[in-house]
Design a protein around this ligand. Structure first.
Ligand code: ZN
Length: 306
């Protein structure tokens, strides 16, 4: 039979929920748009509906929730997040009351890190770095066989590694973070402000986002290809810096932006060029769990604490 948990991955754009067995097997899943405008109550209702659908007929012992933003692990609150920003809402405890089971709350890519480490591309490793690029860029790390948490559970935000001191503005208020170059939001903002936009096929697109840029790269659009190349360079530099700091065995790359044609391959080669010669044994690999990494990791942490 095994033990079951439900893992919920609340991204800025999509909410994914999964019923997961203790061996990491994905039994069933749900994906829908995140009701970010509904605030914590809206998302709470969404999570409750997903839980009810997935848990029906199974002995679900716990729920893990990963959320885009910075979480205070001890208090169970979401401190900062572009769309999901509820610093005074005891989100974890409220969810636990509504669902009637214990809830663990962490950053979404921290949950993906746990998923990849226990059941995916980082299995059998004691030192891994995980970086996912989607709407934003998140990160996480396993160091010496345990999760890198930092003083309050906010460690691992590799998306805000600066790669250019006077670079484009980032959502965090600083300039030149890798997220400003290589996240879906960063790429879209750069495309919209690019002087070459009028001669790009993207000028004909209603809403420029990461997916539209990806399609334009596939069609060989010169501006989109240049933005992809700059994103690859920024990612390579940031990943190289993280490798220098943590010396991981593996670096796991994932997220929807990584599916952009050529981007992963350029990062895999470029990151090792940007790190110290002594650190080049690190293996760069693609996420094995894909878009369900966060939900699987969240369920796994709920069942088996680190
Ligand atoms: Zn930043």
């Amino acid at each position: 039979m095994g033990r079951y948990a439900v893992g919920i991955d609340i991204g800025r754009t999509n909410l994914r929920a999964a019923l997961v067995r203790s061996n990491g097997e994905l039994v069933a899943s749900i994906k829908e748009g995140t009701d970010a405008l509904g605030g914590p109550q809206g998302v709470e209702r969404q999570v409750a509906r997903a839980f009810e659908r997935l848990a029906r007929g199974h002995d679900v012992r716990a729920v893990g929730v990963g959320i885009a933003g910075q979480c205070d692990t001890a208090r169970g609150v979401v401190l900062h997040g572009p769309n999901l920003f509820w610093p005074d809402v005891p989100f974890r405890d409220r969810l636990s009351d509504v669902l009637g089971v214990p809830v663990v709350l962490r950053n979404d890519v921290v949950m993906a890190t746990i998923g990849e480490w226990r059941h995916g591309a980082g299995r059998d490793c004691h030192d891994i770095v995980v970086l996912f690029s989607g709407t934003g860029i998140g990160g996480g790390a396993i160091v010496n066989g345990t999760l890198l948490e930092g003083a309050s559970g906010c460690g691992g935000h590799f998306g805000h590694v600066s790669v250019q001191l006077d670079g484009p503005p980032c959502g965090c208020g600083r300039r030149g973070c890798v997220e400003a170059y290589a996240s879906g939001t960063g790429l879209a903002s750069r495309a919209k402000n690019d002087p070459s936009l009028p001669s790009s096929s993207l000028s004909l697109v209603g809403e420029i986002d990461g997916r539209a840029i990806s399609r334009a790269v596939e069609e060989g659009d010169a501006m989109a290809v240049r933005l992809r190349d700059e994103a690859a360079l920024a990612l390579s530099s940031a990943i190289g810096s993280v490798i220098n700091c943590l010396e991981p065995q593996r670096v796991v790359l994932g997220g929807s932006v990584m599916d952009m044609p050529g981007l992963y391959e350029m990062c895999a080669a470029g990151a090792l060029e940007h790190c110290l010669p002594s650190h080049r044994r690190a293996l760069i690999v693609r996420s094995a769990l894909g878009e369900m990494a966060g939900a699987i990791g969240a369920a796994s942490l709920a069942l088996d604490p680190i």
